[in-house]
Design a protein around this ligand. Structure first.
Ligand SMILES: *Cc1c(COP(=O)(O)O)cnc(C)c1O
Length: 397
């Protein structure tokens, strides 16, 4: 058996590879530079053009570009009308921003458990948690796989709830042939560098509802409107604008928008490469009893953002921590997505206790995200597979 690097053996890779990385090419750089030389650095034509492109990519009627994915979730939760006394059901395995947006509005996140095989929200758990105070659902397309939108939409309709989809992982994914972004009441995207396409920092909300769209536009920019029909005291003065509610400055700059427009042109290529890598991983890991492969639902044509390596701990003599450290020493840099949100000490201080979502907690103890990004070569993918094999062989029960 080969000696693991963590015990003094030679690392499988001579240079580290990380779990995610942006792919910026010369034309992306050119697009940013051209915008820097233009008349507008913010609130200009690049943002408008980007929003049209997001609509085209997702099939949504309206898109509002914002400064980051968290801002997108915040204004979506506000537009949904969440407030004190309201409960909003949230996925338990996600980035904290999915539920922080509920707290920003003074409402209470209620964490629902995941399915043990897809890792997405279990709609039966959602239904079980509904009370007269429930106002909405924040469902996450975890790893990029679409959440069970038909079931969640049916629950939302039946109980008169707003469905917000956190699609930070899912740009490019389709559900039953329809773009993610065109299905829920509002869908939120993030364009952070590890996501499928990037603007550095950036986000967007999409919707098919015109009223929500106008509300989102206002919230992005201080709650100020230039539209007389939205004003309490309209005048025909050309300078006049009116703040009609409390909003924020969540605008995206034009050079960020130009970068993202350039990236979106490559979405199909990025998407195709991510799918190829996932296929290579699935083929290798489905042969290994020590590894569980995430179940894919047939409704989702998935552009995968994360590849979750899940350990079958009954077949290994190590725990996740030992496996993670061993892979790191082989120069395969992983990450864990995610701590169950309510395990964060802040949420603990709000009174949430361990044991709430057993499937989410079990998952957290068994997973790590391994490298997945479009610039990976087949040789990189082979390295990761061989490193996993090497560690599995060492710790095989
Ligand atoms: C990245 C991410 C966010 C937040 O996006 P930012 O652009 O970093 O603010 C929200 N939810 C999920 C699931 C994410 O992965």
């Amino acid at each position: 058996m080969e000696k693991l690097a963590i015990f003094g053996g030679t690392p499988l890779r001579s240079t580290p590879i990380s779990y995610g990385r942006q792919c910026i090419e010369q034309d992306d750089i050119d697009a940013v530079v051209a915008t820097l030389r233009s008349d507008y650095l913010t609130c200009g034509p690049a943002v408008t053009e980007l929003e049209a492109q997001i609509c085209k990519a997702t099939g949504a009627k309206y898109a509002v570009a914002v400064s980051n994915g968290t801002a997108a979730l915040h204004i979506a939760a506000m537009a949904a009308g969440f407030g004190p006394g309201d409960e909003v059901i949230v996925s338990s395995i996600t980035f904290a921003a999915s539920s922080n947006c509920v707290l920003y509005c003074g409402a209470k996140p209620v964490f629902a458990d995941i399915r043990p095989d897809t890792y997405n929200l279990n709609p039966e758990e959602v239904e079980r948690l509904i009370t007269p105070a429930t106002k909405g659902i924040v469902a996450v397309d975890f790893t990029g796989q679409a959440t069970e939108l038909d079931a969640l939409k049916a629950i939302a309709r039946k109980h008169n709830l707003i469905l917000i989809e956190d699609a930070a992982h899912a740009m490019g994914t389709k559900y039953k042939g329809q773009g993610v972004g065109s299905i829920a009441d509002m869908t939120c995207f993030s364009f952070h560098p590890v996501k499928t396409v990037t603007s550095g920092e950036g986000g967007a909300v999409t919707t098919n509802d015109q009223q929500l769209y106008h509300k989102l536009l206002r919230l992005r920019s201080h709650g100020i409107t230039r539209n007389p029909s939205e004003m309490k005291h309209p005048t025909d003065a050309r300078w006049y604008n009116e703040q009609v509610e409390l909003g924020f400055n969540y605008r995206m700059t034009d050079f960020q928008a130009a970068l993202l427009s350039s990236q979106l042109k490559k979405l199909d290529r990025f998407s195709k490469r991510r799918k190829e890598i996932v296929k290579m991983y699935n083929r290798a890991f489905s042969q290994m009893p020590e590894i569980f492969v995430q179940r894919e639902i047939p409704e989702s044509d998935t552009t995968r953002h994360l590849y979750i390596l899940r350990l079958n701990l009954e077949k290994l003599t190590c725990d996740r921590r030992q496996f993670f450290d061993a892979l790191t020493a082989e120069n395969i840099y992983c990450q864990v997505h995610y701590l169950p949100v309510y395990w964060h000490s802040y949420y603990e201080s709000l009174g949430y206790e361990k044991g709430l979502c057993p499937q989410a907690e079990k998952l957290y103890n068994e997973i790590m995200s391994i490298p997945l990004f479009p610039a990976m070569t087949d040789a990189d993918v082979e390295d990761v597979i061989r490193a996993v094999q090497k560690v599995v062989e060492y710790y095989r029960a």
